[in-house]
Design a protein around this ligand. Structure first.
Ligand code: KMH
Ligand code: ZN
Length: 271
């Protein structure tokens, strides 16, 4: 089986310091959390920008500072969010892609998101795909429900994204696909055989979905963006602690963990 790529989603746009006092928010905190996740075994960090007061931002200069600070510490693959926060405009959301990070997310459909709507119109999705391609940034297709896989495949047919595709199944968002083993299997069976995939289980689904992905030959995303708890009612100490647990489980199950160099090879990031 391919080595296991672990992505750490460090901050997100929804969790606050009130929810988790050690949530990394400033560029220095995010860079330090990325470094600790890298030392723990993550090969990709998924990042979101925040202003000083914790408000989500897609401001290019905030992302520039975060990226420079992470790059000064380690060679982890940096994946910027183009999802940002619910309610942001497409123009705001796309900004960090122009910094030419190695990867960026690309959500291929609209989904209810708790009481909100995470809006991704067909024309915005196509424009995002074009911009990623223009800046040489590999998309990670963020799949919140099954139809989004097929929207992604339509982008491929139109020549707006290139193979090999990489999917991330975000499972357990209220409004999106529930995080069940059966649903995960269905999603895995719905993507092309040469595509890679990871799963991001939300909340208490993080650990079981990660374990399933390790067994099935997929990859794993963990981190405070998706889940702030280590066990029921007990906050995780850090992003790194969530990565460390996945590394331990992978080792027990005989799956080797990918370095960033391995991950670049697996994802086709090396030209
Ligand atoms: N914050 C969510 C509305 C992404 O990063 O691309 C969207 C999100 C997905 O987090
Ligand atoms: Zn995100």
């Amino acid at each position: 089986m391919e080595k296991l790529i672990i992505t750490c989603a460090l901050t997100g746009a929804e969790v606050t310091k009130e929810d988790h006092p050690r949530l990394p928010v400033t560029p220095d905190e995010i860079a330090q959390a990325a470094y600790e996740a890298y030392l723990a075994g993550a090969s990709i960090v998924h990042i979101h920008g925040r202003l000083e007061d914790g408000t989500p931002t897609q401001d290019k200069e905030v992302y520039r500072e975060i990226i420079e600070k992470i790059r000064a510490k380690c060679e982890i693959i940096i994946q910027v969010s183009t999802g940002g926060a619910v309610g942001m405009t497409a123009e705001e959301r796309i900004q960090p892609v122009t910094l030419r990070p190695e990867m960026a997310t690309l959500t291929t459909g609209t989904v209810n998101f708790g009481q909100d709507v995470f809006m991704n119109t067909p024309s915005d999705i196509e424009q995002f795909a074009k911009t990623l391609s223009q800046y040489g940034v590999k998309p990670e297709l963020e799949i919140f429900d099954v139809g989004m896989i097929h929207n992604g495949l339509r982008l491929l047919k139109k020549g707006l994204i290139q193979e090999p595709l990489h999917f991330d199944f975000v499972m357990g968002v209220p409004g999106g696909i529930p995080a069940t083993p059966k649903n995960l299997l269905h999603m895995v069976e719905s993507i092309p055989p040469n595509a890679t995939w990871s799963v991001a289980g939300v909340g208490r689904a993080q650990l079981p979905m990660a374990t399933m992905a390790i067994l099935l030959g997929g990859h794993v995303r963990v981190g405070l963006e998706d889940n702030i708890y280590y066990t029921k009612g007990v906050l995780a100490e850090s992003n790194a602690q969530l990565v460390e647990r996945v590394v331990r489980i992978a080792k027990e199950l005989g799956r080797e963990v990918a370095s960033p160099k391995d991950a670049r090879k697996i994802l086709g990031l090396l030209s």
